[in-house]
Design a protein around this ligand. Sequence first.
Ligand SMILES: *[C@@H]1O[C@H](CO)[C@@H](O)[C@H](O)[C@H]1NC(C)=O
Ligand SMILES: *[C@@H]1O[C@H](CO)[C@@H](O)[C@H](O)[C@H]1NC(C)=O
Ligand SMILES: *[C@@H]1O[C@H](CO)[C@@H](O)[C@H](O)[C@H]1NC(C)=O
Ligand SMILES: *[C@@H]1O[C@H](CO)[C@@H](O)[C@H](O)[C@H]1NC(C)=O
Ligand SMILES: *[C@@H]1O[C@H](CO)[C@@H](O)[C@H](O)[C@H]1NC(C)=O
Ligand SMILES: *[C@@H]1O[C@H](CO)[C@@H](O)[C@H](O)[C@H]1NC(C)=O
Ligand SMILES: *[C@@H]1O[C@H](CO)[C@@H](O)[C@H](O)[C@H]1NC(C)=O
Ligand SMILES: *[C@@H]1O[C@H](CO)[C@@H](O)[C@H](O)[C@H]1NC(C)=O
Ligand SMILES: *[C@@H]1O[C@H](CO)[C@@H](O)[C@H](O)[C@H]1NC(C)=O
Length: 289
Amino acid sequence: MSLHLRCLYTHSLALVVTLLLFTATSGDGDGDAVENITAVLGHSITFRCPSNRSTPVERLYIQRFKNDKEDFINGFYRGQPLPVLPEYQNRTKVNEMELSMEMRNISVSDEGLYKCLVFINNKPEISKILLKVTAEYSVPTITKDCNKPGDGGAGKSCQLSCSAVGGYPQSTVRWTGLNQSLTNVIYNRSSADNESKTWTINQTIVHNCNQPTNISCAVGGSVSHTITICETESFPFVVIVAIAVVLVFVLLLVFVVVMKCCFRGPQRDDGAGETGVRFIDCRSQLQHV
Ligand SMILES: *[C@@H]1O[C@H](CO)[C@@H](O)[C@H](O)[C@H]1NC(C)=O
Ligand SMILES: *[C@@H]1O[C@H](CO)[C@@H](O)[C@H](O)[C@H]1NC(C)=O
Ligand SMILES: *[C@@H]1O[C@H](CO)[C@@H](O)[C@H](O)[C@H]1NC(C)=O
Ligand SMILES: *[C@@H]1O[C@H](CO)[C@@H](O)[C@H](O)[C@H]1NC(C)=O
Ligand SMILES: *[C@@H]1O[C@H](CO)[C@@H](O)[C@H](O)[C@H]1NC(C)=O
Ligand SMILES: *[C@@H]1O[C@H](CO)[C@@H](O)[C@H](O)[C@H]1NC(C)=O
Ligand SMILES: *[C@@H]1O[C@H](CO)[C@@H](O)[C@H](O)[C@H]1NC(C)=O
Ligand SMILES: *[C@@H]1O[C@H](CO)[C@@H](O)[C@H](O)[C@H]1NC(C)=O
Ligand SMILES: *[C@@H]1O[C@H](CO)[C@@H](O)[C@H](O)[C@H]1NC(C)=O
């Protein structure tokens, strides 16, 4: 291990020298093209170092710009792996043939600028890779709370909330089906999770409407289900219940009357073949009612 470390130290020293030389000669090193790659939170991504190699590559360093310095992440020297920071030990793997590195279990903190140094004949070919991380938001929760407006005007005033969690990068709530000029944002909050650094987005608006409208909200690429607000005024629930109760009562009454008249018959005349009479009797009784 100490041998390894000494090796790394020597290499780092050589690297620093080469870098100094390189930046001194190339001048505007920051003008290099940057390749952008995007990884999904928790998934894997492969960094591919471009190279025009005609001869074998003797060294590959993949580094990361962080806080104004560069951390060595992974690489090899003459077919030998180099010591890797514990943070990356079980998460990265270099493919010497493809000059690439796989990084697993991507987190938001992996986002940033990386650098590939491919050494051919002791000269580095430098390329930069910008890693961006994305995470899909949960399907937004949409809720409504509609009331007659306080001023007794036409239409309704609806308080609508939309919230989604676990996304990255930060995003905003977008409503569909709403006329913006009749909408007021009353609550708008984004917060990042301390650990995962993912965002929770929550917005509440007040919307005045006077006709049924189907609306939904979206955060990032996730869309809520559609709800209908301002439905046409049907009978209020209480009225419907009252009607139902009255109806049941009337039916019961009819039932009782029918039962009474039909069962009184057999008690009076118990003979057979009198059913016809009973029914006639019954019908005439009903006609009297
Ligand atoms: C990479 O992303 C940066 C910053 O987001 C942007 O300025 C640049 O144009 C992108 N490059 C490519 C090749 O898409
Ligand atoms: C590869 O070679 C071409 C032309 O020879 C050059 O324009 C390009 O910059 C080279 N790429 C790298 C990564 O050195
Ligand atoms: C890497 O994995 C090995 C074996 O699975 C384990 O012993 C070691 O602690 C891990 N290192 C880190 C930094 O997680
Ligand atoms: C992935 O990384 C997170 C922290 O960034 C850690 O909590 C989790 O255990 C890791 N998962 C695996 C499978 O290594
Ligand atoms: C939005 O509401 C305003 C005010 O009622 C109205 O003038 C405008 O035409 C509406 N826009 C749309 C697209 O319905
Ligand atoms: C809500 O907050 C986010 C960030 O906190 C901001 O980007 C967005 O413009 C705000 N939206 C409104 C309608 O105020
Ligand atoms: C998040 O971190 C900040 C500062 O690191 C700390 O003040 C705050 O209490 C933490 N919040 C939670 C919910 O852990
Ligand atoms: C969003 O904000 C509303 C209004 O403050 C609150 O009632 C609701 O619980 C919040 N939802 C989430 C997921 O934080
Ligand atoms: C709202 O959606 C329902 C069912 O999807 C549909 O029957 C209705 O016509 C829609 N209303 C409006 C105003 O678009």
